[in-house]
Ligand binder design. Sequence first.
Ligand SMILES: Cc1cc2nc3c(=O)[nH]c(=O)nc-3n(C[C@H](O)[C@H](O)[C@H](O)COP(=O)(O)OP(=O)(O)OC[C@H]3O[C@@H](n4cnc5c(N)ncnc54)[C@H](O)[C@@H]3O)c2cc1C
Length: 277
Amino acid sequence: MDLNTVTDVRDARLREPWRPGDAWLGGGTYLFSEPQPHLRRLIDLSRTGWEPLTRHADGSLEIAATCTVARLSRYGRTLDAPAAPLFEQCCRAFLASFKIWNMATVGGNLCNGLPAGPLISLTAALDGTCLLRAQDGSSRRVRVVDFITGAGRKDLAEGELLRSVTLPGRALRCRTAFRQASLYGLGRSGALVVGTLDPLDGSLAVTISAATVRPFRFWFPLPPTREALRTAVVAAVRDEDWFDDIHGLPEWRRHMGLRLAEEVRRELIRTTGEDAR
Ligand SMILES: Cc1cc2nc3c(=O)[nH]c(=O)nc-3n(C[C@H](O)[C@H](O)[C@H](O)COP(=O)(O)OP(=O)(O)OC[C@H]3O[C@@H](n4cnc5c(N)ncnc54)[C@H](O)[C@@H]3O)c2cc1C
């Protein structure tokens, strides 16, 4: 794709003043895939040197915005934690060519804010928190489920940078269940649902994404019944929140969202000996 309105690519390390028409450049797999007539300069994050994955003393995992999907997938395969399989499952939910797999970044995936953003699904399900840096140097933190506010919409001010996403250590110790549905084999996700069961207190969370314009996370202090889960989803997700595009009608996405939510609930409570009603 020729970005013929872009006149310069600047190194983010220079910390130059932000101008109208600037955009952060992650892996470029979205930015270079379609016309961007509103852009004049790209601020390249690729040489920031940020450590892609940092395990902190409290057990939490900080994923730099510049961490690629390929790197995250490799890390997930070596991670010694019950939630580890979810990393690979979500990375593989990406409709990715070799080039995208190796170039696309976690930050770019979140900031693109597509309903089928698999790293949005992963980090929302594991209760991740975004670290955001404004142009004046101030920082703030916002949970991933609040950061994504709609299809392609996010809580990001002009020039604000997503620096990293942190997953709490406790979330990594959860057992997880994963379901994905697509209209075609290897197609873009039409519904992606993740369940997590916390072994410490028995709480259960179900996160619906891809079927909805933004991720919805439902947390229950104890595993809910089938009816309680369904009631919570139906009450929170309005008709217009079920996403509508070429990858699935809202009615189908609603059906799959509810069905897959029930499937992950059942899978997770089977091993706890809870009543499966
Ligand atoms: C064939 C094809 C298939 C695709 N399939 C999928 C798919 O299944 N699911 C999906 O979600 N996407 C898909 N995409 C879109 C895109 O590849 C992904 O969203 C990818 O994760 C974007 O990451 P990136 O690092 O390349 O982002 P970029 O293209 O570099 O940036 C994307 C957006 O995020 C902003 N941005 C990047 N990093 C930051 C940051 N740290 N802070 C603030 N803003 C930032 C950029 O300014 C830009 O607006 C697909 C694209 C193509 C071409």
